[in-house]
Design a protein around this ligand. Sequence first.
Ligand code: HEC
Ligand code: HEC
Ligand code: HEC
Ligand code: HEC
Length: 227
Amino acid sequence: MKLRIHRGEMRGGDFWRGRARALIPAIAILAALGGLTRSLNATIRGSAHDFSGLHPQEQICIFCHTPHDADLTVTDAPLWNHQVTSKVFVVYNSPTMDASVGQPQGASRLCLSCHDGTVAVDSYGGKSGSIFLGGKVAVGADELNNDHPISFTYDDALAALDGGLFPPSSTPSGLGNTIRHDLLIADQLECSSCHDVHNGPAAAAVNDNLLVITQVQSQLCLTCHNK
Ligand code: HEC
Ligand code: HEC
Ligand code: HEC
Ligand code: HEC
């Protein structure tokens, strides 16, 4: 079964209705306090990655992480608990690309373990689920050759070679440190260079597709591309 999950559906009627009742007084207080609601939103809770409605104890992290017996398929994966995709992708290529792009690795392979539509969202902790991503959110389902390249080294040497990229080790990201520190994982450009899977403060402030930098005036793109 392939479907685009809608958050309301995933959270399941009974759980969400019960919880909504419990939350009414809290919401009234928060509304009175105004600004607090925004800081509460700077979290995975209630974000596109909150699947707690699919879990009997309403756990959130368990779909991706476990404290014990983690999956070691992907090198350096953070205590991973979700089935990992084994798909071999057609990756981005073009005559003007300077970087060489290989198969998605690291955190990007973890993202694609739901976002290529081959592994179910609820295939975690060794059990096989049945809810697959489809449509536009399944970015890897129609291969990766039509998507921004990922899983390659973006360093100062690449910037010098390309001529149209800022050197990541010294250019500010706008998030407090350099591109290298804030947007790259071990010098690699990954899905997480543009998105925050946990909807942390930067992504919550942008409030657009879990992006960490706004698309207004193409600020996201112009952080790295000197155009
Ligand atoms: C939808 C999958 C998903 C969920 C749910 C999720 N994470 Fe993560 N988490 C990731 C991925 C992918 C990474 C790898 C690094 C990255 O991409 O930011 C990660 C990395 C981490 C890391 C190490 C790097 C860092 O950002 O500090 C910690 C700690 C972490 N997650 C904690 C949590 C906790 C706690 C929860 C639940 C409240 C949670 N995560 C829920 C996918 C998830
Ligand atoms: C456990 C499965 C799972 C993993 C792992 C996962 N996602 Fe998702 N992601 C989802 C689901 C489910 C949705 C919601 C789809 C919908 O709303 O139809 C989603 C939605 C999104 C969205 C759209 C957000 C919005 O505001 O609508 C983005 C962007 C995204 N994911 C990026 C990532 C990135 C980047 C990673 C890895 C760092 C990742 N995801 C890892 C399951 C996952
Ligand atoms: C160079 C930045 C960048 C990288 C790298 C990137 N994305 Fe995105 N992604 C975006 C932007 C920008 C959007 C919003 C597009 C829009 O507004 O139409 C987006 C949108 C999405 C969406 C929502 C799609 C929709 O139409 O609902 C998902 C899911 C997603 N990205 C997942 C991923 C995954 C998984 C990866 C890694 C394989 C990834 N992204 C890598 C910039 C990026
Ligand atoms: C975190 C840094 C970063 C961000 C953010 C980013 N890019 Fe890139 N992008 C790169 C790097 C590095 C390359 C590889 C360039 C090369 O090797 O020639 C690249 C490649 C590309 C390419 C392919 C170039 C070619 O020669 O085929 C295009 C087009 C592109 N990016 C557009 C965008 C757009 C549009 C956005 C905003 C939605 C964006 N990028 C956001 C770093 C980034």
